[in-house]
Design a protein around this ligand. Structure first.
Ligand code: ADP
Ligand code: MG
Length: 700
């Protein structure tokens, strides 16, 4: 390595300064988003191993990962079910077995009786004694003073063609440079804040995290609970927040049509509704209308529990657009839901003389052509559809507002590309995003930092919580009887068959079987069936019949999960409920309890429940509150899964964890404000440090 006299700015330094980095390695590093020395410094360990001391064999604990050293007592090739090399080594305090399934003659020789081996691996139970399966091993001199690592060993995320050891070797060089103060790193966190939070300098935090001292608390490190890790997590969350703020800022620079309307349609619509808006709906509608009157695009997220009445709010926003001479488009994640919106909107808006169009991926060519023509000519004022809306060949005529329902089903990119589609002569449509997975405020500030948030925190009056029971599958007969009772009383029932295998075909099969069994058992009950493999006309027809009360019992797969609204349905049975996540169960259950009668949900499970499943079903039994359920779901599954943001690339955090580090978030928000206001020049480098290339991706 060439000698560096002056400290160098780490983000300027080429990787080729390091020993062992030629074009090939550089290319592989690039694949992991590492293009300079700073990037390496921010390539943080996944976990740590303790190779700082040799553990006496007599005190090894099961499950522990440890270094041991001892003399070989015996090495032999055994043929059990497979051929394997077995060794037994002892260090005087005890002995331990080694087991290898892949080995060669050379290894067998090296491990001959009398040799001294140093091994590293996880301690497991073997047949006769504790053993290490495929440990890392090294033949050493019998009397050699055990030369072990001075520090905990960091294990890094790596990529194909780049070995852990080579990467660690590069990391060593960079950390040595940092240690010797040959590198400078920009500090982006205000000193005052660092003092207040007890943070060390960035340099010291990085040194600690890459090279924890031997006495470092492994358990705390494993949970990223050390102050040095917190220091880095804080900075990462700050970078994340700033990147979303910038996204939002950039979007706000665009022009948008002013949708102030004259109130005619909106007023008429409200008067025609059979109910009054709740206070929460009223408030959110006002927030939206204020945004729509601005000359920059609204980017508002409406969070509202299932059944809180988001559709009416969406319709009011759409009418503002129409009143102002613009189109509105509503995108829903599934055909069934989109269709239902289409029917609702048609029913509401047709009488007012407004044309509503329907676009799905499954339209026949001719119908599709005609629909596209009405959209393009502007004859259609409100367009409802699935993701088919942002496909090639779809053109709008003055799209003023995009509404995305159940946004957790869409990625940020899909939203963005719909926005681009609607862009017209430098004007961008407003965006209203709706979600039924309400999450705690601190979390939503981070995850949705690019959006303004409104919350519908009130259910329409008269709703009774859905009484929920959890039953084993062997009490099915009782459940079937209960279905019969409810149907006899003129109420309707959903019977949901959930994924048994990871296969839609099998799921549909299960639903078909359940439907025929139920039809047989309940001769007086009219049974219908919907699943994902039916033609969309068939599905639509079935849903219509169920809505119209011509079917009493609807057997369905989880296709009915989101949004379906049939207020007369008062009982839901969910089979294999133990396999579903909480948010999904809550969504499903939200299909009942929409009318004014008391409703119930039966969660059936098979076999015995795991601790986690028991806990989940318990939460469902005890709570009807989407916020409570979402929080529990976050705890059990983590934000990536719950919010479906894993794929979007926006939530790929290196060290921070939205849940674990939630306590940092208020301060992160403050710091973001301060930086943007008083030190804006730091913002881009900070984002770049943590998000590197991925930020470009997020900007589509
Ligand atoms: P979600 O928020 O889950 O999308 P929906 O918009 O489907 O909820 O509304 C659920 C049901 O509540 C619908 O039948 C709707 O007509 C009804 N609803 C909406 N707002 C009110 C209100 N203010 N008062 C009474 N019922 C309402
Ligand atoms: Mg809805």
């Amino acid at each position: 390595m060439s000698k560096i006299a002056q400290p160098s700015q780490s983000d300027d330094l080429a990787l080729t300064r390091l020993k062992g980095v030629g074009p090939k390695v550089a290319e592989r590093l690039q694949k992991m988003g590492i293009s300079n020395i700073q990037d390496l410094l921010f390539h943080l360990p996944l976990r740590y191993e303790d190779r700082t001391r040799i553990v006496p064999m007599g005190s090894l604990r099961l499950g522990e990962t440890a270094v041991v050293q001892g003399k070989v007592l015996l090495t032999e090739v055994k043929f059990a079910r497979r051929r394997m090399l077995m060794s037994r080594i002892s260090d005087g305090t005890g002995s331990i077995g080694l087991r290898f399934f892949h080995f060669n003659g050379q290894q067998q020789q090296a491990m001959a009786r009398g040799a001294t081996l140093r091994c590293y691996g996880e301690v497991r139970t073997g047949k006769a004694m504790l053993e290490l399966v495929h440990p890392e091993y090294q033949v050493v001199e019998a009397e050699s003073v055990p030369e072990v690592q001075e520090h905990l060993t960091s294990i890094y995320p790596t990529t194909e063609g780049l070995h852990q050891l080579s990467l660690r070797n590069l990391m060593q060089q960079v950390i040595d440079m940092l240690h010797a103060d040959q590198l400078t790193l920009d500090e982006f966190l205000p000193q005052g804040l660092q003092d207040k939070l007890g943070f060390t300098s960035l340099r010291d935090a990085l040194l600690y995290v890459h090279r924890p001292p031997p006495d470092a608390p492994l358990d705390i490190l494993a949970e990223a609970g050390h102050i040095s890790q917190k220091r880095l997590a804080f900075e990462e969350l700050l970078a994340h927040t700033l990147s979303l703020r910038k996204l939002r800022f950039r979007a706000q620079q665009h022009a948008a049509p002013i949708l102030s309307g004259n109130g005619e349609l909106v007023t008429a619509f409200k008067q025609g509704l059979p109910f009054e808006l709740t206070n929460a709906q009223q408030r959110v509608v006002e927030e939206i209308e204020t945004d729509l009157c601005k000359p920059s695009p609204m980017q508002r997220l409406v969070q509202g529990d299932v059944g809180s009445g988001k559709t009416v709010v969406a319709a009011l926003a759409a009418l503002r657009a129409v009143e102002s001479g613009y189109q509105a488009a509503l995108m829903a994640p599934t055909e069934i839901l989109a269709e239902q919106h289409f029917q609702n909107f048609t029913q509401w808006l047709k009488p007012m003389g407004i044309d509503v169009a329907w676009l799905s991926g499954k339209l026949k060519a001719k119908v599709r052509r005609e629909t596209l023509a009405t959209m393009e000519s502007g004859a259609a004022r409100v367009i409802i559809g699935t993701h088919a809306l942002f496909q090639e060949g779809v053109n709008f005529s003055g799209l003023g507002l995009i509404i995305v329902d159940e946004q957790h089903r869409f990625g940020v990119h899909q939203r963005m590309s719909l926005r681009e589609k609607g862009a017209n002569e430098g004007q961008y449509p407003h965006q209203l995003i709706m979600t039924a997975t309400p999450i705690p405020r601190t979390l939503s500030m981070t995850v949705y930092a690019d959006l303004d948030c409104s919350v519908i925190d009130e259910l329409p009056p008269g709703r009774k919580p859905v009484e929920t029971v959890v039953l084993p599958d062997n009490r099915r007969d009782e459940v079937v009887q209960r279905v019969e009772h409810v149907c006899r009383d003129g109420r309707q029932v959903y019977w949901v068959c959930t994924l048994i295998e990871e296969s839609e075909t099998l799921q549909c099969q299960a639903a078909e079987d359940a439907a025929s069994l139920l039809a047989e058992a309940l001769s007086e009950v009219r049974v219908g069936l919907v699943h994902g493999r039916m033609k969309s006309e068939q599905k639509e027809q079935m849903m219509q019949q169920f809505k119209a009360g011509e079917i009493d019992l609807l057997v369905a797969t989880t296709v009915i999960e989101v949004g379906v609204d049939v207020p007369n349905a008062s009982l839901m049975i969910i089979e294999n409920a133990e396999r579903l996540g909480l948010s999904q169960l809550h969504q499903l259950r939200g299909r009942v309890g929409r009318g004014d009668q008391a409703s119930a949900c039966v969660l059936m499970y098979q076999g015995s429940l795991t601790q986690n499943a028991r806990e989940r079903l318990g939460v469902m039994r005890e709570s009807n509150d989407g916020f409570v359920i979402a929080r529990k779901d976050l705890e059990l599954r983590g934000p990536g899964e719950v919010l479906g943001t894993r794929q979007t690339g926006l939530l790929q955090l290196r060290i921070a964890d939205l849940q674990r580090d939630e306590g940092l978030i208020p301060r992160v928000m403050q710091s973001a404000d301060i930086l943007l206001k008083s030190e804006p020049e730091k913002v881009d480098p900070l984002i770049h440090r943590w998000k590197g290339e991925s930020i470009r991706y997020a900007e589509v």
